[in-house]
Write a protein that binds this ligand. Sequence first.
Ligand SMILES: O=P(O)(O)OC[C@@H](O)[C@@H](O)c1c[nH]c2ccccc12
Length: 268
Amino acid sequence: MNLIDQKFLELKEQNKTALIPFLTMGDPDVETSVEIIKELQAAGADIIELGVPYSDPLADGPVIQRASLRALQHNINIHSCLEIASKARQEEVSLPFILFTYYNPVLQFGLESFFEKLRENEISGVIIPDLPIEEDEQVRQLSERYGIHLVPLVAPTSNDRITKISKKAAGFVYCVSSLGVTGVRSSFYDGIDDFISLVKQSTDLPVAVGFGISTNEQFNTFSKICDGVVVGSAIVRKIEEQLPLLQSQDTKAKGLLQIREFVAQLKE
Ligand SMILES: O=P(O)(O)OC[C@@H](O)[C@@H](O)c1c[nH]c2ccccc12
């Protein structure tokens, strides 16, 4: 069974909601990303979105854009992200991984070898935000052949495409809570409850929500209506704040602890 399916089943039995952190791989470097992933597991994360930095992250706000720039200074690419995933596994991280990447790096890598490598490195899912369902047939066939869940995004403006997207979904359906780009928010799309219930009616798969979520209160609010909550920018911002501590061996542990404590309180 795919690790994502297994995780959602476990959480459903415990009547719990998945905490799904996103972080930009290689920010600030490969070794630190592996250490942060270990902290996320210790903090109670359930599934991790491993973000592949990209030069033109059109759906990302300033926090993730800055993280991508920092990572790209170290020439982080899909190969490095696979290396990070593999090293995290060697360090006893057993959580399901989802590779989050824009489509261009996948095309550069080669579609078939991309999925071969995902399977080799025990990555259970992939999210490609700029691959519309109308153009994803070849990617979908490969994802099914290699047993990697191609997790779709639905937005409040998806309307009549929600059913079409949900029918082809695998793993879970990712509801984007707001229009615009990623980034911490204090309010969300007006009518978000109706939007999420519409998505839940369109699929038997788990439904997760993301975009803008940064506090324990917001996590608890969404956990009443969703099976998973994605938190990206707030965690990437916490990493950014800790960079001075993370970059020195003497203070690295303190910086990692700050990240772990921030993530742990989201789900308390
Ligand atoms: O950063 P936020 O506002 O917490 O949203 C999650 C987001 O980071 C992550 O899922 C993601 C990162 N880049 C994206 C681009 C499109 C959709 C989603 C994403």
